[in-house]
Design a protein around this ligand. Structure first.
Ligand SMILES: [Zn+2]
Ligand SMILES: [Zn+2]
Length: 118
């Protein structure tokens, strides 16, 4: 693993919540001033592909990266974009049985408006 990739992985693992690529870039730059935004994106892509980090895509909002790759749901405020984890039973087996396919991964995003935004 390259120095850059290791640093990016560490940043995500020590984060309290979910970070965007831009936030990860800012944190990486503080420790490695010459790192480029493109390098951050490239390494995030590789880490996602290797299933070492999770990706949360919300339409109209920047992607967020997640240290947890264990199946869990995300509660997303449609107003401020805040993302909160919640745990639910793994529905992979049920979906596989229902559709008779092999599910690689799934996302469970629940949208709401948080108390701060109400
Ligand atoms: Zn909100
Ligand atoms: Zn999460």
């Amino acid at each position: 693993m390259t120095k850059q990739k290791l640093l990016i992985k560490k940043i995500i693992e020590s984060a309290n919540g979910h970070l965007t690529a831009e936030e990860i870039y800012q944190l990486a730059k503080a420790q490695m001033p010459h790192i480029a935004l493109g390098t951050v994106y490239r390494n995030l892509g590789k880490l996602c592909e290797a299933n070492e980090i999770g990706l949360i895509s919300v339409s109209g909002k920047p992607d967020h990266y997640d240290k947890s790759v264990i199946a869990h749901g995300h509660l997303i405020c449609d107003s401020c974009g805040k993302i909160v984890d919640f745990h639910l039973e793994d529905i992979k087996d049920r979906v596989e049985k229902l559709l008779d396919v092999e599910v690689i991964s799934y996302d469970f995003n629940a949208h709401y408006v948080c108390d701060d935004c109400k």
